[in-house]
Design a protein around this ligand. Structure first.
Ligand SMILES: CC(=O)SCCNC(=O)CCNC(=O)[C@H](O)C(C)(C)COP(=O)(O)OP(=O)(O)OC[C@H]1O[C@@H](n2cnc3c(N)ncnc32)[C@H](O)[C@@H]1OP(=O)(O)O
Ligand SMILES: CC(C)C(=O)C(=O)O
Length: 436
């Protein structure tokens, strides 16, 4: 393992960061990129019908910005965009976003896909990091800037007669590997073309295309951009984190502290390589801090079923907030505290959730308490008595609980597996109820 072939990510020297003293106080603008970035990472990209069902779920969840396609990539993407517009399938308060590469013929095709859109975000991108510039595009810095500027000029020209609400978004793609001063230069040149105003803002999207630094460094870079871009007041700063280091949620949160107004991500983090930002995880973090997440997370299990069916990807049972086993405890110490915590919560009628080991109330996402405690040889008397009280409404005495906990543990250890609910009930009836 030759670690010397990798390099340390550069930091910004002498930067006086302010984000570290801030807290998140409201949900950012969310943009789902499932139907574009998520879609381009699937073994089988979605069909038009699948995209439509997915789109409807995103709308039901409450997304107001949805990147629906890369219209120059395929007929499916182009025709899906047309279908949404022509069949009037987009709610008035939802903007659809499309991704557009910086080449004339692809820009033209993309604009055609958006004809008559009521609310459209036209998202132009070109890679800006030095390596891609030199090796992939074989262009100079100035030529890369020129590519972005001329493409935005062309895009603005082609859309100038659009009757709907047109918003321009620009991404210096591979921002994560781009020299910061160059990123500022190219974004400022593009901003000068669009000439955004406070009433008519444009979006600058700063992707962590390949996540290679710790979240604090990404946050520094976002704050640095916010402080150095022209006309900050006329900009919506967006972030588009990927998850290569497994820290995209943290990167997004710190980026919001650093000034990001908009966050792009996908349901459960599907996306290229280790995925995009899991926007649901992000929203649940906001929710569980007592802030309105601005998404209807109560329907998440229904959305999860849709997602698994369409993508053929499966959400891990331990996935934060939404995994099937996320509210399940086997271990005795946890079960005891959960049981006492839930009892206390019910009795005290407290409005503040504070049950040990349960980050949120399972009822918030329409799950009951019945699967919170499951029993195996790691469980103790608290878990066994919880099950009896939940299913029988019988509260075991302390002596009964000790005896029953012991019986349950021995049985499970002997069988070397979890005990099913029916087995626990049978043991209860045999050894406790009938008093054998
Ligand atoms: C980080 C991201 O997620 S960026 C989005 C990536 N998504 C996708 O690529 C999905 C859709 N893409 C596609 O369907 C195809 O790649 C197309 C239609 C865009 C291009 O297809 P092709 O012409 O066959 O080229 P290919 O797929 O090999 O892509 C590489 C070409 O695109 C160019 N290119 C890559 N990104 C951009 C961009 N943002 N703007 C302009 N050109 C670009 C490359 O320089 C290369 O050009 P070359 O053929 O002149 O050397
Ligand atoms: C096009 C951009 C936003 C992108 O998908 C990325 O950089 O990951």
């Amino acid at each position: 393992m030759n670690f010397k072939k990798y390099q340390q990510y550069p930091t910004i020297q002498n930067f006086k960061r302010e984000w570290a003293d801030k807290t998140i106080t409201k949900a950012p603008i969310y943009c789902s990129v499932d139907l574009r970035d998520g879609n381009q990472a699937l073994e089988n990209p979605l069909t038009i019908e699948q995209k439509l069902e997915y789109f409807k779920s995103l709308v039901r969840l409450g997304f107001k910005q949805i990147e629906v396609s890369y219209p120059s990539a395929s007929d499916t993407d182009f025709n899906f965009t047309r279908k949404l517009i022509e069949e009037d399938l987009i709610p008035d308060d939802v903007a659809i976003q499309i991704l557009i590469p910086a080449k004339k013929e692809w820009i033209k095709k993309s604009v055609e896909a958006m004809k008559d859109v009521k609310n459209g975000i036209f998202h132009l991108y070109n890679p800006t990091n030095e390596f891609q510039r030199r090796v992939v595009f074989q262009k100079s810095d100035d030529e890369i800037v020129q590519m972005a500027v001329e493409s935005m000029q062309y895009l603005v020209e082609l859309t100038k007669d659009f009757k709907g609400n047109v918003i321009y978004q620009y991404s210096p793609e591979s921002f994560s590997q781009t020299n910061l001063d160059f990123a500022i230069k190219i974004c400022n040149e593009v901003i000068n073309i669009v000439k955004p105003t406070v009433e008519n803002k444009m979006i600058i999207n700063l992707p962590n295309t390949l996540e290679s630094c710790t979240p604090n460094i990404y946050a520094d870079r976002i704050e640095y951009m916010c402080k150095n871009l022209h006309h900050r007041e006329a900009l919506i700063i967006s972030v588009h984190p990927h998850n290569d280091r497994g820290t995209s949620v943290a990167s997004s949160e710190l980026a919001v502290l650093a000034g990001a107004d908009k966050v792009e991500g996908t349901l459960f983090g599907n996306g290229e390589r280790a995925g995009n930002l899991d926007i649901i995880n992000f929203a649940f973090n906001i929710y569980s801090s007592g802030i309105d997440p601005k998404l209807d997370l109560s329907i998440i299990d229904e959305v999860k079923n849709m997602y698994e069916e369409k993508t053929q990807l499966f959400v891990h049972p331990r996935h934060p907030f939404v995994g099937n086993m996320i509210f399940t405890a086997f271990s005795g110490g946890h079960q005891d505290a959960i049981k006492k915590g839930i009892d206390f919560y019910r009795q005290s009628e407290s409005k503040i959730w504070n049950v040990p080991y349960l980050p949120i109330d399972p009822k918030d996402i329409n799950r009951g308490y019945e699967n919170v405690i499951r029993v195996n040889s790691q469980s103790g008397k608290g878990g066994a008595s919880f099950i009896i009280s939940e299913f029988f409404g019988v509260n075991l005495s302390k002596d009964e609980a000790i005896k029953f906990g012991d019986i349950i543990k021995k049985e499970s250890d002997k069988l070397q597996r979890e005990l099913k609910k029916e087995e626990i009930i049978n043991l209860y009836e045999k050894y406790i109820k009938k008093g054998i």
